[in-house]
Design a protein around this ligand. Structure first.
Ligand code: 5AD
Ligand code: SF4
Length: 474
């Protein structure tokens, strides 16, 4: 038996990649351990979207220097976006790293680990850069890696991610993703549907389809093009699946056809994550987002027309190059107007290798970025609170994910405990329940909230026997 430790930073795509890598190494006799010191192979699945994510990995590597000196037979690998972006630089900064492997070569990890066990050092496998070959060669060099699944690595046994697309062709000027994950490529629909069936058979009730611009998904074969709406239609027929989500959406590709599919397919969650990034046309233009604030507004009204009850969430970058106080105020105004369920707000972080880093000066001081971040967050939090308050007194269906963070900390074995779950439109709900309810979808009456969480109680009038057990305090 060999032991594997894997640390993952970044997005859902990375969580899924880690699941795949764990599944493939298990096939080669590896078992997961929770501490790097107990492992034979230590892997970091990395993110390059902001400097901070990279700094975290370099410091974690730094902390392993002494450990590797003491145990030179241990294998240290860096995988994911930072591996693709920094390549040899990783060996220069941490010469005790054995393997650097990009997101397009993850299938090779078992082989690379085996070679490292035989003493091979500084193995580097990455994809071609976006200017380093013909379009077809570059595309081929980024392989999708979705052959194996590992239920133990999922967010919960009832929820799974499913990749439908790799890469991105939008080239927003601030973003490194098109460089690290390569050209946009849709996976064949038959593969996606087969994988969804496996997941449903394994007990998954909720599948989240993943793509950098998931609603731009298209796959053409034999003269026929499949779009996301078609895929949702096909996945909807799979027995056992209750909820279908998809992230992340690109505003320009939010077609009415897709919105109609979400409306007409009850398993599709009425939840759309559509990053706006900024509320200023001048900034959107420099970001090369390919739409104006007016286009974004227009998209919002089309969403409201078709899906009046959908929850919408967004991403924003504050302090992008040249962002004035007026630009920022325009972003605040857009957040107030759109009343997002929640927004993820980031301070601009210049990424070497992007067009933004070449073209513009990172001229908004750090304190200004920080202030704008806090201000926008405060506005969003107030809106999130007000939007949550509208649900008080209502009963909603909640897919119960597991013990809440508080209950996990208390870590008792008690059957009655605080549970956490989500509504169909992705709101977090916390309530007291019974361990046996985990994995069920139950009606919860909501009585309180803050900006992040709704609090409720299981509705006991149409319940099964185990719930009566709960009311007796069993
Ligand atoms: N700096 C800050 N935030 C960024 N994002 C992407 N690139 C950068 C960057 N260079 C944000 C965007 C994107 C989210 C995943 O990360 O808001 O939607
Ligand atoms: Fe990055 Fe823009 Fe592609 Fe999103 S759409 S991954 S922000 S380049």
């Amino acid at each position: 038996m060999k032991y594997l430790y894997i640390e993952t930073v970044g997005c859902q795509m990375n969580l899924l990649d880690s699941e795949m890598v764990v599944a493939s190494l298990r096939k080669h006799g590896y078992e997961l351990v929770p501490e790097p010191t107990a492992a034979d192979t230590i892997l970091f699945n990395t993110c390059s979207v902001r400097q901070h994510a990279e700094d975290k990995v370099y410091s974690a590597l730094g902390r392993l220097r002494r450990h590797k000196e003491k145990f030179p037979q241990k294998i240290i690998g860096v995988m994911g976006c930072m591996a693709q972006k920094d390549q040899r630089l990783i060996f220069e900064r941490a010469p005790y790293v054995d393997i650097v492997v990009g997101p397009g070569q993850l299938a090779q990890i078992p082989e690379l680990v085996a070679k490292a066990e035989q003493g091979q050092r500084e193995q580097l496998v990455v994809s071609l850069g976006r200017r380093d070959g013909s379009a077809a060669e570059i595309r081929r060099s980024h392989e999708t890696f979705d052959p194996l699944r590992d239920p133990s690595m999922r967010p919960t046994p009832f929820q799974a991610y499913l990749r439908i697309q790799i890469g991105c062709d939008k080239f927003c000027t601030y973003c490194i993703v098109p460089m690290t994950r390569g050209p946009e490529q849709g996976r064949p629909p038959e593969q996606i549907i087969a994988e969804a069936r496996v997941l449903a058979d394994q007990g998954c009730k909720e599948i989240t389809l993943l793509g950098q611009t998931v609603n731009s998904y298209r796959y053409t074969a034999g003269g026929q093009t499949t779009r996301l709406a078609d895929l949702l239609g096909a996945l909807h027929d799979i027995d056992g699946l209750e909820r279908l989500k998809f992230v992340t959406n690109y505003p320009k590709d939010m077609t009415t056809e897709l919105l109609t599919a979400v409306r007409d397919l009850p398993k599709c969650s009425p939840y759309l994550h559509v990053p706006a990034q900024s509320g200023s046309n001048a900034v959107l233009e420099r970001m090369k987002r390919g739409y104006t604030v007016e286009d974004y507004r227009d998209m919002m009204s089309r969403i409201h027309e078709t899906l009046p009850h959908a929850a919408i969430s967004s991403d924003f970058i504050v302090g992008f190059c040249g962002e004035t106080e007026e630009d920022f105020e325009a972003t605040v105004a857009l957040v107030r107007e759109c009343r997002f369920k929640n927004s993820f707000i980031f301070k601009y972080s210049v990424r070497p290798g992007t067009r933004g880093a070449e073209l513009f000066r990172d001229d908004v001081p750090e304190e200004v970025k920080k202030r704008r971040n806090n201000e926008l967050l405060a506005v969003q939090n107030q809106i999130s609170l007000e939007e949550n308050e509208r649900f008080l007194g209502q009963t909603v269906d909640v897919l119960i994910e597991g013990p809440s963070k508080t209950a996990e900390k208390e870590a008792g074995e008690s059957e009655v405990l605080q549970l956490i779950g989500r509504t169909h439109d992705d709101r977090i709900v916390v309530f007291d329940g019974n361990r046996r309810q985990i994995g069920q979808t139950l009606p919860i009456a909501l009585y309180d909230c803050n900006s992040h969480t709704l609090f409720g109680a299981v509705v006991t009038d149409h319940v099964g026997p185990e719930l009566h057990g709960l009311s007796l305090g069993v």
